[in-house]
Design a protein around this ligand. Structure first.
Ligand code: SAM
Length: 234
């Protein structure tokens, strides 16, 4: 269970209405039951139910049961698409161990706003589901041009370009490809020629193909993370 509160021995934990309903109405836990909790920073802890109220329950933290894990430093930049498919991308990126998920506004991105809080909640659910103590940060929507203007030193970019469909992947070999990485996936309409020209000229960007067919953006995000993990991940 994800709790956005400090964890430590004896620390009382107040549960939200939603969490209380889930634990005490759906799961029917009683006072004294054990619950595994994490906050994305302090590893996993064993906590015990002290108040089994369906609206405002409470736990007490007892003992750390697993250390905090941090996945390899991979960021995913993607252009948001339809709601359910955007949710899917965030969920899968969290499962695949992305450290940061950044929705970007590109020339052909249709949505001008996203619900960052909803997407962050999807990342929390994905972490709960796959039993990790790490929750990636989902940022607000950022213009791709600003992202590229303020690119962090040393980070490499896997630019997934549908125009390269059918070519060999184009990832550099593991030796000499050290450093943190990021992946960039475009929207349904793909990248504009202007974006392609700019990205193609950046020394930190590697243009990558994802096989013999054009993939939907949500499929492309999963394929790109898998490719990165197989070839460059640790
Ligand atoms: N409308 C575009 C077209 O018909 O060429 C397709 C865009 S595709 C649905 C969405 C994004 O997925 C692309 O911008 C790219 O980042 C990625 N993508 C999909 N298939 C790819 C491939 N075979 N190679 C590289 N990237 C791909």
């Amino acid at each position: 269970l994800f709790v956005d509160q400090p964890l430590g021995q004896g620390q009382p934990l107040a549960l939200t209405r939603e969490q209380s309903n889930y634990l005490f109405a759906v799961m029917r836990l009683a006072v004294g039951a054990e619950v595994a909790v994490f906050n994305g920073r302090d590893g996993e802890w064993r906590a015990r139910v002290t108040q089994a109220n369906k609206k405002n329950g409470a736990l007490a933290c007892e003992e750390q049961t697993a250390p905090q894990v941090t996945p390899p430093d991979l960021w995913l930049f993607f252009a948001p698409i339809k709601k359910a498919r955007t949710d899917f991308i965030v969920e899968k990126a969290a499962e695949m161990g992305a450290r940061r998920i950044v929705p970007v506004q590109t020339d052909f991105t249709n949505s001008e706003r996203i619900r960052q809080d909803r997407l962050q909640a999807h990342a929390v659910e994905a972490a709960e589901q796959c039993g990790t103590t790490f929750v990636p940060e989902v940022t607000d929507l950022q213009p791709l041009s600003a992202v590229l203007d303020h690119w962090p030193d040393g980070r490499r970019l896997m630019f997934c370009d549908e125009a390269r469909v059918g070519e060999t992947a184009g990832l550099p070999p593991r030796e000499g490809a050290a450093g943190p990485w990021a992946i960039l996936i475009g929207p349904e309409g793909g990248f504009s020629e202007g974006e392609r020209t700019r990205l193609g000229a950046l020394d930190f960007a590697h243009t990558v193909a994802l096989g013999p067919r054009i993939l939907r953006a949500d499929t492309a995000a999963v394929a790109a993370m898998t490719l990165w993990q197989m070839q460059l991940g640790d």
